[in-house]
Every structure is written in structure tokens, then in C-alpha cells.
Write a protein that binds this ligand. Structure first.
Ligand SMILES: [Fe+2]
Ligand SMILES: [Fe+2]
Length: 159
């Protein structure tokens, strides 16, 4: 019988951040659907990049990817995708096009990590490595954003 590998509890907080990444893509789609000004969507993605994704990517690169070593094919792919997303988030031209690319590529990156990479990392990590992941992750802080343009009913409050 097929039994999915349960996410180790040390990796659950990082997986939870993936949920917020998927939500970001949904918020971008929602923003375009509701005809929100691109600069409002961009202000949010800029903030989300700095406060959520940069710490998240750094955490993965520092504590998780070395478990498989940096020349592992899956790690090479993950780092390449981090770099690509960094370029999309920080680009100063073609903003609308880049937001659509972020929407698509962030989801793909998260699915890859959840379905393939994290399983591989979890299967290769020592007990000590998992403990370090768990301890270090507690230091990552998150904040909230005011302009919730993705909530249709609150749209008037933001104008
Ligand atoms: Fe990642
Ligand atoms: Fe991730």
C-alpha cells in the first residue's frame, strides 16, 4: 500500500511558510482579477520578498540544502530557482509581466520542494541536523501587511 512520507516535525514550520508562499501567488492573481493598481500589488510583493522569502530562502540554503550537499542535482535546481525568483522579485522593469511570472514560478518551486526535495532532505538528515533546523527556525520572525487588496470586501477601505 502506498504510504506518503509524513513531514518530520522539524520541517513542518518551513512547510507552513510554503502555505504563505502559495497564498502570495493567489493574492497576485486576485489583485489582477480585482483590477488593483500594479504598484499596490508590487508594494506587497516587495515587502513579502524582504520579510518572508529572503529569510525563508536563507534558512533553506543555510540549514537544509547542505544536508544533500550543494552539487546534488536537486539542490542545484533549488538554488537556481531561488536565484531566478530573486531576479523576478527585485527587477525594476516589466513589473506586471514579472508579477505573473512570480505567480507561476513560486508555486512551481514550492511544489518541487514539498513533493520532491523535502522528502529527500528528510530521508537523508541526521537526528542532529533535524534538531538544528528545529531550533534555528524559531528565530525567524514574520510580520503583517496593512493593504489587503486581495480581500474584495475590504477594497473600499484601502482607497
Ligand atoms: Fe526554496
Ligand atoms: Fe521553500
Amino acid at each position: 500500500m502506498y504510504k506518503p512520507i509524513k513531514r518530520h516535525k522539524a520541517l513542518q514550520p518551513v512547510s507552513r511558510e510554503h502555505h504563505f508562499g502559495l497564498l502570495l501567488s493567489w493574492k497576485i492573481r486576485q489583485g489582477f482579477k480585482l483590477n488593483i493598481e500594479v504598484k499596490r500589488i508590487k508594494a506587497y510583493t516587495d515587502w513579502f520578498w524582504t520579510h518572508h522569502l529572503v529569510p525563508h530562502f536563507n534558512f533553506e540554503e543555510q540549514y537544509m540544502f547542505p544536508i544533500l550537499r550543494n552539487n546534488h542535482n536537486l539542490i542545484k535546481r533549488a538554488i537556481k530557482e531561488h536565484n531566478r525568483l530573486q531576479r523576478l522579485f527585485t527587477a525594476i522593469d516589466k513589473i506586471e509581466r514579472n508579477l505573473w511570472l512570480i505567480e507561476e514560478e513560486l508555486v512551481a518551486h514550492i511544489r518541487f520542494e514539498e513533493r520532491i526535495l523535502f522528502k529527500e532532505i528528510q530521508g537523508n538528515a541526521t537526528k542532529q541536523q533535524l534538531e538544528i533546523i528545529e531550533q534555528e527556525h524559531e528565530k525567524v520572525i514574520t510580520e503583517e501587511w496593512q493593504d489587503q487588496f486581495w480581500l474584495k470586501n475590504l477594497k473600499h477601505l484601502n482607497q
